[in-house]
Write a protein that binds this ligand. Structure first.
Ligand code: GTP
Ligand code: SPV
Ligand code: MN
Length: 615
């Protein structure tokens, strides 16, 4: 077939509702990547069933026991394609200074050339799938659109769960609708007659963003955030830059709805770095009577001041791509129930009777398993059965605690904003910011111990401002300024939400967690909302406002008085050293750091200097 005939075939196969701009782009990418076929996804159940069957035949998916796990499958990735690759993630703005010091940068022209070279012919022997998708409720003024092409049917299934993908999204993209083009290839072309592998990928990887022209290119990985480009690449990196220009905020935040004992309804947006507790907090089951928590989102929120002057938020996603290890009846029973059907599991262990298992699902491991690499495993094997970053992909709609407002096109009104990290020391269980600006400072200077969600050394403490370090598609300090400006806008018409910092992970001298976490976090949440309502008492501390004595019944959570004191301990020397480190960090961010952030830092220093010396 000649190139021209092929292009005509693509146009002929395109749905009638496809905007010509999409068809032309698909033709261009097909000419570059040379797929054997092009499939326009409609997002239907039939399409899903067909692709699933194809992936089972190819050995990419293993069908789980249809009684124990109906409609559910296990995928085992290539052992080197198990997490996001931050070192291979690029933000390519015309000027390096617009990507800022926290991003890998290359000049767009050079990166385009590199990409053209690696991507040329990369889909040979494979089908290119075209996935129109919508982030946010279809038709919502806050929703945004995109089209991803991919040569991975596993990525098609995942995107089908995680976004509103298919014909309905396509129908919403008219001639005047901006849409973000996203190219994804596993980078493993097949020669004629070549046998495919279960998880094709490439040692070379590129996850590239062009925020100014709003494009995404991803090469070499089929894993999570590297490949489901609607998620981190679009809904955080490109979206942070879109929001900068349009007056809204993209945040690595869960959203939850809380009904208090008086019947008052609150909404909370909370940012925690990867694998630091968002999904768990979003599905929290309160241990205190009278409180009800419902789920709106577990990973990403788009926030915008509404016409009423209140901060509103939507969850742009439609599913959960959640961390499996640690998810069990005693920690997150809601997730366990959500996972009882129609789930794609990636890199968990397989039981001998066709079920899945991971560390923390049950207290005791089964006597025999097949581990995430496909090898025989027993409790004496001395290695985890599930990969620490193994995940489940499941539709949000099947979560038993999903709020009926979770897909409200108008979004929900946010009453409290929370920032949290994984901190063994220095950071208290909870503190309220004195002002919006103080809250943005807490978020901007957030540090957290590294997890398995990306490559790197586990446990190493690093700054993760606003939990956005790997996800900010712009200069980080400009993103802080967007937060400061949002507060100013909200203040001009009403009141910005209250802001808090939490830390579920503080450890005692013996190295164990001081706070039981999970459902008991409801005690902290109740105090937070009590502060919003004006009913809970606080006390001044260098961290901000902490619960006054007697405000949180820690004993009922099984926490001793000593442990409670440990959760709020103020070690002057350690805090001074951290403040020095913060100063260096702020300096490293350059001259764009908002003056309000510098002012908050000076205030913190002042309050630390006023403290009595550590005994
Ligand atoms: P991403 O999907 O990577 O963005 O992660 P996430 O922020 O949604 O984290 P998630 O809720 O999946 O939790 C990650 C890990 O932290 C899991 O192993 C949880 O069991 C554990 N975890 C969550 N909440 C708590 C808590 O309150 N206390 C303790 N000790 N561990 C927690
Ligand atoms: C994270 O790492 O924050 C995730 C998983 O939510 S991924 O989609 O792979 O980025
Ligand atoms: Mn995340």
């Amino acid at each position: 077939m000649t190139a021209t005939a092929e292009r005509t075939a693509i146009a002929a196969a395109a749905p009638a509702s496809a905007d010509p701009s999409i068809v032309a782009w698909v033709e261009r990418i097909a000419a570059l990547t040379e797929p054997a076929a092009v499939h326009w996804c409609d997002g239907s159940a039939g399409e899903r069933a067909e692709l699933t069957e194809q992936l089972v035949d190819a050995g990419t998916l293993i069908a789980l026991d249809p009684v124990k796990r109906p409609g559910s499958y296990l995928a085992r990735s290539h052992p080197d394609d198990v997490a996001r690759v931050e070192s291979r993630t690029f933000v390519c703005t015309e000027s390096a200074s617009d990507a800022g010091p926290t991003n890998n940068w290359e000049p767009p022209a050079r990166m385009r050339e590199t990409l053209r070279d690696v991507v040329a012919g990369s889909m040979r022997g494979r089908t290119m799938y075209v996935m129109p998708f919508c982030m946010g409720p279809l038709g919502s003024p806050l929703a945004r659109y995109g089209v991803q092409v991919t040569d991975s049917p596993y990525v098609v299934l995942s995107t089908g769960v995680m976004t509103r993908m298919g014909a309905a999204a396509l129908a919403h993209i008219g001639p005047d609708t901006p849409w973000v083009p996203a190219v994804h290839t596993v980078g493993a072309p097949l020669e004629p007659g070549e046998q495919d592998v279960a998880w094709p990928c490439n040692d070379t990887k590129y996850i590239v963003h062009f925020p100014e022209t709003r494009e995404i290119w991803s090469y070499g990985s089929a894993y999570g955030g590297n490949a489901i480009l609607a998620k981190k690449a679009f809904a955080l990196r490109i979206a942070s830059s879109m929001g900068h220009r349009e007056g809204w905020l993209a945040a690595h935040m869960l959203l939850l709805k809380v009904t208090g004992p008086t019947g008052r309804v609150f909404h909370v947006a909370a940012a925690f770095p990867s694998a630091c507790g968002k999904t768990n907090f979003a599905m929290l089951q309160p241990t205190i009577p009278g409180w009800k928590v419902e789920t709106i989102g577990d990973d990403i929120a788009w926030l915008a001041p509404g016409e009423d002057g209140r901060l509103r938020a939507i969850n742009p996603e439609a599913g959960f791509f959640g961390v499996a290890p640690g998810t069990g009846e005693s920690t997150n029973p809601v997730a366990v129930e959500t996972l009882d059907r129609d789930v794609i599991y990636t890199n968990v262990a397989l039981t001998d009777d066709g079920d899945v298992w991971w560390e923390g699902l049950t207290d005791e491991a089964p006597e025999h398993l097949t581990d995430w690499r496909g090898e025989s495993w027993t409790p004496d094997s001395g290695r985890p059965a599930a990969h620490p970053n193994s995940r489940f992909t499941v539709s949000a709609a099947q979560c038993p605690t999903i709020a009926d407002t979770w897909d409200d096109p108008a979004g929900v009104v946010i009453d409290a904003v929370v920032f949290g990290g994984r901190r063994a020391s220095n950071v208290p269980l909870v503190a309220q910011a004195r002002t919006w600006e103080h809250g943005v400072y807490m978020g901007a200077t957030l540090a957290s111990e590294r997890t398995a969600a990306a490559e790197g050394t586990l446990g190493e403490l690093r700054r993760d401002p606003l939990a956005m370090l790997p996800f900010c598609g712009m200069h980080m300090a400009d993103h802080w300024q967007d937060w400061i400006d949002t507060g100013a806008r909200l203040r001009s018409t009403g009141r910005p939400p209250a802001v808090f910092q939490v830390n579920w992970f503080r450890k005692g001298a013996d190295g164990s967690f001081l706070w039981p976490g999970f459902g008991e976090n409801a005690r902290v949440l109740a105090w937070i909302l009590g502060r919003v309502e004006g009913t809970a008492r606080g006390a001044e501390s260098p961290f901000g406002i902490v619960p006054a004595a007697g405000e949180i019944d820690y004993a009922a959570a099984g926490v001793s008085e000593d442990q409670w004191r440990g959760l709020f301990a103020v070690d002057r020397d350690a805090l001074m050293a951290e403040a020095d480190d913060t100063a260096e960090f702020l300096y490293s961010m350059g001259s764009r750091v908002p003056s309000a952030i510098d002012a908050e830092h000076a205030l913190l220093r002042q309050s630390l200097r006023a403290l009595p010396h550590s005994s």
